[in-house]
Design a protein around this ligand. Sequence first.
Ligand code: NAI
Length: 215
Amino acid sequence: MKEKQISGAVIARLPRYFRFLGELKDEGVEKISSRELSKLMHVTASQIRQDLNHFGGFGQQGYGYNVSFLYDEIAQILGLDHTHNLIVIGAGNLGHALAGYPNFEKRGFLIRGIFDINPGCIGSQIRGIKIRSMEELPEFVRVNRIDIAVIAIPKTAAVGVSQILVENGIRAIWNFSHVDLPVPEGVVVEDVHLTESLLKLSYNMTQETKGALRG
Ligand code: NAI
């Protein structure tokens, strides 16, 4: 399937379609209309049609969407039709939480190794995955064909570490450190900021409270 230039807003909605379709598939639902899907997802049916039209539509007039087919197509668009080898840098609180979460594997993201500079944790394991020293990192990345690195270390160290990662073939960084990572063309970075999400929640709550007070 040939993909056109897709807006960031549409791409940001795809994981949500994927999640809902996955749930429908698990429930044994075979087909769904854009109207039914819109009710379920709380978005308009025309939004769904527009979004999915970017990728070739997938729907059939009078039939709706074949859930399993649409799920597989979106999986392919999201790059989930094959597995990815992943490493976690930083075995602190966040690194533990991420490496300890088993569901990434269900989506095909296989955590192959965890790296840290703290001799106190090197050699131990999180969910059976060994924590290794940073000296082992370059060779490990190359030999194990790691394509994604998760950065969960202090921001003062993140830029230097990202350079080592890129030099050794990492193509994608899931960056939790609060710093912009300068990476060359061909390498993608997804920044995650839980606090920003919390601030958004706080803003929405504040607006609701103001609205209630106004009557
Ligand atoms: P932590 O202090 O519990 O763990 C940090 C770990 O990184 C330690 O095990 C330390 O030994 C290791 N480390 C330090 N320098 C390193 C280096 N050069 N190479 C490899 N390992 C190194 O901290 P925590 O709570 O796990 O947070 C980690 C980072 O993630 C921090 O930068 C924090 O600000 C950030 N964070 C971001 C969140 C977000 O939503 N983006 C949420 C929570 C934390």
